[in-house]
Design a protein around this ligand. Structure first.
Ligand SMILES: C[S@@+](CC[C@H](N)C(=O)[O-])C[C@H]1O[C@@H](n2cnc3c(N)ncnc32)[C@H](O)[C@@H]1O
Length: 367
């Protein structure tokens, strides 16, 4: 007994001492990506010979975003300390891979700024051309002015690094906002017997985090992009129990009521309004009664007033044709219109997690 309590105390002390170094690691990581993000205005200056807008032009926005970033990173470490997900979520990729990618990102940054300058948003390489006939019309574009949109191996290889640069190294922590409410709905389980569906899984970054939090759950990852799913498969090659399905989230190839949870990360802001509703309807169709539905996506207007100006600027700088409409139409309202119960929201930096449950049909009185 005495030995058990000594080892428990040692364990607690070890854990308590780990908090600060982990937080420092996250801050360092964020500083590296923030430094890399300075390439973008530099490229803009070189290519367009005009000084681009910087976050630092608006000091109150800069201050609010630094504070929100710090709060998100702190909470992320708190969640690790509380055992919601393992430290493994912070594991960095090889620094050599990271460094080797920087010149490629720089070159691609120049091309993206040129595309933006000339408003060219439908350029595809040969591989991407081959996929165009299979995907919906709204998807045939260079989202973010990136090379071949979501339809080439090159784009899939650069994507995760680009997202981290855009979000000052906080993209992972924002995606992990999903896990706390998911763990609250499915407490004290390693996921055995549960089946989750992820829509717009992209290159599998969020899939990996959910997998680490629920190691025994089965996860089905859906995306329209074959090259992105290939990258996701590579990322998750050491983990069992995955299916990768190339499909449209608004026309899912699954039976009714088979998933315990359906979720997405950074999908809805990329969809036209009608498609957002269809994807939500399809999610509910394939979800079990009482099942969990949630998403992480960009903040919307009024979620954090201090960030509203940045939300309005974002689609002017990046090719995000449906974003302006997305930020004006609260996702919570759509969920309630579709009778989703217990809709909740938590914000973190430039994102929020919104979740609820599929209502069970009300049984007639007396039955
Ligand atoms: C911004 S990315 C987010 C990817 C990933 N969830 C992440 O956390 O980085 C949006 C993803 O949604 C996918 N997508 C867009 N429309 C889709 C649709 N209708 N059905 C399935 N996937 C879609 C894109 O191919 C892309 O991989």
């Amino acid at each position: 007994m005495a030995n058990a309590s000594v080892s428990q105390t040692l364990n607690q002390t070890f854990k308590a001492n780990l908090r600060f170094p982990l937080y420092q690691y996250s801050v360092m990581r964020s500083l590296i990506f923030s430094a890399e993000s300075l390439f973008l205005p530099l490229i803009d200056l070189l290519v367009n010979r005009r000084r681009p807008r910087l976050l630092s032009d608006d000091l109150s926005l800069l201050k609010a975003s630094r504070e929100a970033l710090d709060e998100l990173l702190q909470k992320d470490i708190d969640n690790i300390m509380a055992g919601l997900y393992p430290i493994e979520v912070l594991r960095p990729e090889s620094p050599i891979k990271h460094l080797l990618r920087i010149p490629v990102l720089f070159k691609e940054g120049i091309r993206a700024v040129q595309r933006r300058g000339e408003n060219r948003a439908t350029e595809f390489n040969d591989q991407a051309q081959g996929f165009l006939y299979e995907v919906p019309e709204y998807y045939r574009r260079n989202f973010h002015f990136q090379d071949s949109g979501y339809l080439s191996n090159e784009s899939a290889e650069l994507y995760e690094h680009q997202v981290e640069v855009l979000f000052a190294g906080a993209a992972g922590a924002m995606r992990r906002l999903l896990i706390k409410p998911l763990k609250t709905r499915f407490p004290d389980t390693d996921g055995s017997g549960l089946t989750f569906l992820e829509l717009g899984a992209g290159t599998g970054a969020a899939t990996r985090f959910v997998r680490l939090a629920f190691p025994k759950a089965k996860i089905v990852a859906v995306d329209l992009s074959a090259p992105y799913l290939k990258q996701a498969q590579k990322r998750l090659r050491h983990f069992p129990r995955h299916d990768f399905v190339e499909a449209n989230a608004s026309h899912l190839p699954f039976q009714n009521g088979i998933f315990d949870a359906v979720f997405s990360v950074f999908l809805f802001h990329e969809l036209p309004e009608t498609e957002r509703r269809e994807v939500m309807r399809e999610s509910l169709r394939v979800l079990k009664e009482g099942g969990w539905i949630g998403m992480v996506d960009s903040l919307q207007l009024g979620d954090q007033i201090a960030f509203d100006s940045a939300l309005e600027q974002f689609p002017r700088d990046y090719h995000e044709p449906f974003y302006k409409n997305y930020v004006q139409r609260p996702i919570e309202k759509l969920m309630r219109e579709l009778h989703i119960k217990g809709v909740h929201t938590r914000t973190g930096f430039f994102s929020k997690v919104v979740w609820g449950e599929k209502a069970k049909p009300v049984s007639p009185m007396g039955q």
